[in-house]
Design a protein around this ligand. Structure first.
Ligand SMILES: NC(=O)c1ccc[n+]([C@@H]2O[C@H](COP(=O)([O-])OP(=O)(O)OC[C@H]3O[C@@H](n4cnc5c(N)ncnc54)[C@H](O)[C@@H]3O)[C@@H](O)[C@H]2O)c1
Length: 360
């Protein structure tokens, strides 16, 4: 065993109804002037939060766009500076949290995050910005939220298809955490627990979106996924998804869902111990196949075609992936990525021994 454990702390407050604790948490951070960021679909929750925070809210930003366009980030930062805010409170999915991070990157303000999807951004120091079809990501400890309030009740309104795709996004963090080069033994334990929690909860969530127990279990898994992705380096899977999301504007969570089984199959021969953990957590022999079957069962995308990917872009996408290659347990080259993308595009069931030629 050989590792470095270096995990900065975030304060995490978790449980149904915990949204009501946000004013106390704002006070705990010593903030007087809050800038509230929440997209249009979260307006109801954001209005309630604004009422609870009262005169402490000095401005609100309601325009949130996936993958955080630079122009939006610049406008939001300028508005924040003009408001004199001393804390950013963001409520929503990865896009709302991503905008808060982009603002924090420039203003150095702390963030209190209230996540409403399973994307996991709230637990990471990772920021992302998109400019001219290219997504750039980086790590900066300033953008890691100081406090995260997880309230499963807020996730009951997330529609089943979006819950399913978002859950697969969280599973991707956990799977890649199992073989990350900088993972510690704690990462592996938490990743396995997160996979188990999500694999158990997601089928229940999509059948009964209002089931608070299922939502609580899924959000617990998503918290672990956020913790894992925030502490361990990501590999080929995340690189492919960032390229596809940034270059072709594909939906973030659905793309993760479509790609994950194929990267898992690709990397499986190189990481037997990680795959043993994943198999145990998924209750299956072959993690790649089990992930594909879970996605299909819960109604998440199982092919890139389903999320609108143009197969004519496979060569270009593969080139972009290897241009700045990720650290990955299995060596990568352009031809291998092209083949992987062809499999993911067609939605062939992946197996540890390679793709099984079984069209949907
Ligand atoms: N930096 C990181 O560590 C990190 C990690 C994961 C994701 N991300 C980023 O986050 C973005 C994707 O986040 P996402 O998948 O959460 O998507 P999102 O935030 O865009 O949300 C998807 C849709 O769901 C709606 N929504 C969210 N919560 C809802 C709820 N409870 N009820 C009803 N509707 C709801 C949103 O309004 C939006 O229309 C991408 O830009 C991705 O790159 C960043």
């Amino acid at each position: 065993m050989d590792f470095v454990y270096d995990v900065p702390a975030s304060r995490v407050v978790f449980g149904a109804g915990r949204i009501q604790q946000v004013p106390d948490e704002v006070e705990r951070l010593g903030a007087q002037r809050v800038l509230l960021i929440a997209g249009g679909r979260q307006k109801k929750y954001a209005d309630e939060l604004a009422t609870a925070l009262g005169s402490r809210v000095v401005d609100r930003i309601g325009e949130v766009v996936m993958h955080v366009p630079v122009t939006l980030a610049t406008a939001a930062s300028e508005r924040t500076e003009q408001s004199g805010a001393d804390l950013l409170v963001c409520l929503g999915g990865g896009s709302a949290i991503g905008l808060a991070k982009a603002v924090a990157l420039r203003t150095r303000l702390p963030i209190l995050a209230v996540p409403t999807t399973y994307a996991g951004s709230e637990m990471t120091p990772i920021w992302g910005l998109t400019d001219g079809g290219r997504k750039t990501t980086g790590r900066d400890s300033t953008v890691r939220p100081a406090t995260v309030v997880y309230d499963p009740a807020l996730t009951t309104s997330l529609p089943p298809d979006m819950s399913a795709a978002s859950g697969m996004n969280a599973l991707a963090h956990l799977i890649e955490g199992l073989y990350a080069p900088d993972a510690s033994p704690v990462t592996a334990v938490l990743a396995e627990e997160g996979i188990r929690a999500l694999a158990d909860a997601l089928p229940r969530v999509v059948v009964a979106p209002g089931d608070l127990d299922a939502r609580t279990d899924a959000l617990y898994g998503a918290w672990l996924a956020g913790w894992v992705v925030g502490t361990a380096a990501m590999g080929l899977h995340h690189k492919i998804c960032h390229v596809l999301g940034g270059a072709y504007d594909l939906p973030h969570a659905g793309t993760h869902s479509a790609v994950l089984p194929f990267v898992t199959a690709y990397n499986a021969p190189a990481v037997p111990a990680a795959m043993a953990r994943a198999a145990r957590a998924l209750g299956a022999q072959d993690p790649a196949r089990a992930l594909w079957e879970l996605a299909e069962r819960i109604g998440a995308p199982t092919s890139l075609a389903q999320v609108g990917f143009d197969p004519g872009r496979i060569h270009e996408a593969a080139r972009l992936v290897v241009e700045t290659p990720p650290v990955n347990p299995h060596p990568i080259d352009e031809a291998a990525i092209q083949e992987l993308l062809r499999g993911a595009d067609a939605g062939l069931i992946p197996g540890a021994q390679g793709h099984v030629a079984q069209p949907l």
